[in-house]
Ligand binder design. Structure first.
Ligand code: 5GP
Ligand code: ZN
Length: 114
């Protein structure tokens, strides 16, 4: 998608601090971290919101979650704990229209979220 911020990050048109990449997934540090570690995990295929997911996308979304667990172990916060969040549309707090999983760690996170 030409005007999508995260597609531009995938294509290296906008720089980011990448922590993981494979054929379907990219993970990079959030530019405005809400926790000591705040990583965004995205599919390389453009999907604007969670509402665009089909049954055939189940494995792709699973890969986002598996990537989060792998990064948590590699970066050393798997045992202490972490949170993954995916925001959808306005009430969910979504601001970038390319689906992404937030991986937040490094402090005790409060519940419920705001
Ligand atoms: P959302 O609010 O859509 O769930 O999350 C979008 C996230 O993207 C926010 O946490 C925001 O800080 C992050 N973000 C926005 N623009 C950029 C950018 O140019 N680079 C990076 N790395 N993160 C960004
Ligand atoms: Zn996109």
């Amino acid at each position: 998608m030409q005007d999508c911020l995260f597609c531009k990050i995938i294509n290296r048109e906008i720089p980011s601090k990448i922590v993981f990449e494979d054929d379907e997934v990219l993970a990079f540090h959030d530019i405005d971290p809400k926790a000591p570690t705040h990583i965004l995990i995205i599919p390389k295929r453009h999907l604007a919101t969670l509402n665009d997911l089909d049954q055939e996308d189940a494995a792709l979304v699973g890969r986002l979650q598996v990537t989060a667990a792998k990064l948590a172990k590699e970066l050393g916060f798997a045992e202490n704990g972490y949170r993954v969040v995916m925001n959808c549309n306005e009430d969910g707090g979504q601001t970038v229209w390319h689906i992404h999983m937030h991986l937040l760690a490094g402090r005790a996170l409060t519940w419920p979220p705001g």
